[in-house]
Design a protein around this ligand. Structure first.
Ligand SMILES: [Zn+2]
Length: 302
């Protein structure tokens, strides 16, 4: 049985006897073994969410940022153009780690690399990416510079995780060709994770679909390639042809070539790492109680 985790953003809302998240997840559901909190509206909302989660005996995780400060506050600006801003990003990460540990979280997840490093002439928005205004030209980050800076950032994250006794998980963001080279022996991601075994990689099924589409790869093949580094899963259904993402996974998606093979990727990760947490990053608003329940049962059975 997969260890399902509820994502909690904004704040928890009391609905009769139930506590629900803005995306329609009911914290009272017996399927949950944990909750991943992040992008909360205030420090108070974060404390309340942490208390409710831990009070139910569930595992608590944090998705950076704990409290969202501005629209593009998705991750520290690790790859900012100037060194001072990059140091600020590392300080923000350490502060968040200390706070997450204080709240009782057993892990903290950051997106990496961020912000996007863009190749010329590609229409990323049309492909489905949301590109932050701080995105930079990939040309400013030749391989050696990217490798050296990333190495420093990951080394610091690994060390800080040990200091705060909290597991650090990195969810691959992008788009950035260096991390997703078609030839595995050249991809920066493998190189960095191999050098930092204290860090866990998060496979996000929808994002892997988008990355694969962007870089001419295959989402399942990416999951295979990075399986040894993986310890965490963001599971949701996505069909980039139809511009749909964060859908509740359902068995009928498995036979539909228009969908990312989310269930197959989850089975792969869970066969190698049965204890991996599976965060259901699904938007249940408008799908109806019956579909939501069918999807939860299906995900738990993966
Ligand atoms: Zn995710």
């Amino acid at each position: 049985m997969a260890r399902l985790v509820a994502p909690i953003q904004g704040r928890l809302v009391r609905d009769g006897r139930h506590l629900t998240t803005p995306y329609g997840h009911d914290l009272e559901s017996p399927f949950w073994q944990g909750a991943e909190i992040g992008f909360l509206e205030s420090g108070r909302a974060a404390e309340e969410a942490a208390r409710e989660v831990l009070g139910r005996g569930l595992v608590l995780g944090v998705h950076y940022p704990i409290v969202q400060a501005h629209a593009w506050d998705w991750a520290p600006f690790w790859l900012a153009p100037d060194a001072e801003a990059r140091r600020t990003a590392q300080r923000q990460a350490r502060t968040a780690m200390a706070r997450a540990a204080e709240l009782g979280a057993s892990y903290i997840l950051f997106h990496y690399p961020w912000p996007a490093l863009l190749a010329p002439v590609v229409d990323y928005e049309a492909a489905g990416w949301k590109i932050p205004p701080v995105a930079q030209a990939a040309g400013l980050w030749p391989r050696a510079r990217l490798e050296e800076t990333s190495e420093r950032i990951l080394r610091d994250l690994e060390r800080a995780g040990k200091e705060h006794a909290i597991r650090v998980v990195l969810e691959l963001d992008g788009p950035n060709a260096a991390f997703f080279e078609p030839e595995p022996e050249r991809d920066l991601c493998s190189e960095l994770f191999a050098a930092h075994p204290g860090l866990d990689l998060c496979v996000d099924t929808g994002r892997f679909g988008l990355l694969a589409r962007q870089h001419g790869g295959d989402p399942y093949a990416y999951a295979v390639r990075w399986l040894e580094f993986t310890g965490h899963l963001h599971l949701h259904g996505a069909s980039w042809d139809r511009g749909a993402n964060h859908l509740p996974p359902l068995p009928e998606h498995e036979d539909d070539p228009g969908f990312v093979p989310a269930a197959a990727m989850a089975r792969l990760v869970l066969s190698a790492h049965p204890d991996a947490l599976v965060v259901l990053e699904t938007d249940l608003r408008g799908c109806g109680t019956e579909v939501a329940l069918r999807s939860m049962r299906y995900c738990a059975s993966l």
